[in-house]
Ligand binder design. Structure first.
Ligand SMILES: Nc1nc2c(c(=O)[nH]1)N[C@H]1C(S)=C(S)[C@@H](COP(=O)(O)O)O[C@H]1N2
Ligand SMILES: [Mo]
Length: 408
């Protein structure tokens, strides 16, 4: 059970923007909330649902800073609605942005010049639109055994939307990059309530920044970005985990040296060699670890939900699969504990960075408990793990998902 102790209940009139409220412990520690060490399967149905401004009720992990995950029901379609899209912040001071004065400053020692872009300027650049999964590195952290500290996410710190915006490379082209520019750095309008909290800034390698699919997005599913998802513009780094998807983007800097601040190191690191990843961030690698990069291949069963009651007879097992942008090649379903696997039918392909729905028809023949599992494989032959890959921050949980429902 989740407890409300230590959590602030949001009253209707309580705004998130620019408050003087101070958090007692350092926000940077992003310490565990008042949650049990191990979240049993299904525990999320007991979670606290709470509606932030502009959002449907979501599962509240913390209010200040706001960390809210999407209930599983919204993952029955490949596109996650804006008002049900998860919200993740490291810092509590989230200003309302005034588009009349807001702009993105582009420069840095790795650039030949400087430029500023208003929202109108961004919209003047050629636009690109793509569907992509925004997935928090620590999604499913709450399922790690043994427990690891951090926001104890269940399954819903992710979502897939159609993002429209300008290509980052078009902004960078306006200033010109020097050949020494090895990383591009991003900052947003939010900040900590105390000077001691390191500002949330992130960098990506230049090769990733100049890819055609890396966007500065001002639209999400055909509408302006919701405030809590980065209004007026945010970075979209398709295939890479959400940590790089800077919201309320205000600053872009070309760097000639690797960024060394807190949120690049020690935060958001994975042990070297433990995960089968292709995308490397070599300027940041140490002998033992590397920044998290691309999303690992994964899937989620959304139908039936764990603990659901279903009628004996034909049932359809449904869900979604995704990866870091190679594309899903197959999803298999097992109803005998993983001894045999049957190919599921894949739904519409919304592009290699998007959720891909799948379905599999099954005959529930006997009353009682029935367990099904799903396993996705991508186009470069990577598949989900059956054993948890332990790592200190609880990232990249892609253990084969299993749900147990009651047949009556
Ligand atoms: N400005 C800003 N951008 C941010 C963050 C943040 O704390 N501040 N968190 C990042 C992380 S870790 C994630 S997972 C995504 C979450 O995006 P969402 O809140 O739109 O779901 O935003 C990223 N961008
Ligand atoms: Mo995240």
């Amino acid at each position: 059970m989740l407890t409300r102790r230590g959590l602030i209940t949001s009253g209707a009139g309580l705004a998130l923007a620019g408050s003087g409220l101070r958090l007692a412990p350092s926000e940077a520690a992003a310490g565990p909330l008042d949650l049990p060490a191990a979240l049993p399967e299904g525990a999320r149905s007991n979670a606290v649902l709470d509606a932030l401004p502009g959002k449907k009720p979501l599962i509240k992990l913390s209010y200040r800073p706001p960390n809210y995950e999407t209930p599983l029901e919204y993952f029955r379609t490949a596109i996650t609605p804006n008002d049900a899209f998860f919200v993740r912040y490291h810092l509590s001071n989230i200003p309302e942005v005034d588009v009349r004065t807001w702009k993105i400053a582009v420069g840095g020692e790795g650039a030949n010049g400087q430029a500023e872009f208003t929202l109108d300027d961004l919209k003047q650049l050629p636009s690109a639109e793509l569907a992509a999964v925004n997935l928090c590195s620590g999604n499913r952290r709450g399922l790690f055994q043994p427990h690891v500290p951090g926001v104890e996410w269940g399954y819903g710190a992710m979502g897939c939307a159609r993002w429209k915006g300008a290509r980052l490379k078009d902004l960078l082209d306006k200033v010109g990059l020097k050949k020494e520019a090895i990383e591009i750095l991003f900052d947003g309008a939010d900040s900590g309530v105390s000077d001691k909290t390191p500002d949330f800034v992130k960098s990506i390698p230049t090769w990733k920044a100049v890819e055609d699919t890396t966007l500065v997005a001002y639209e999400m599913n055909g509408a302006p970005l919701p405030h809590l998802n980065g209004f007026p513009a945010r970075l979209i780094v398709p295939g890479w985990t959400g940590t790089y998807w800077m919201k309320h983007l205000t600053t872009i800097k070309a760097l000639t040296k690797p960024e060394a601040s807190f949120w690049m190191n020690p935060a958001y690191r994975i042990p070297l060699g433990k995960f089968p990843l292709v995308a490397r961030f070599t300027s940041q690698e140490t002998a033992v670890n590397t920044p998290i990069t691309e999303i690992v291949v994964n899937s989620l069963i959304t139908d039936p939900l764990d603990g659901a009651n279903v009628r004996m007879g034909p049932i359809t097992v449904g869900g979604i699969a995704w990866d870091g942008g190679y594309g899903i090649s197959s999803v298999e379903v097992s109803s005998d504990g993983g001894k045999t696997w049957m190919a599921a039918t894949l739904g519409e392909d919304l592009g290699r960075f998007a959720f891909r729905t799948f379905s599999y028809d099954l005959l529930a023949k006997a009353a009682g408990k029935q367990t099904v599992m799903a396993r996705a494989t991508n186009k470069i032959g990577q598949t989900q793990t059956s054993e948890l890959i332990h790592n200190p921050a609880g990232y990249h949980h892609n253990v084969v998902h299993s749900v147990t429902f009651n047949v009556a």
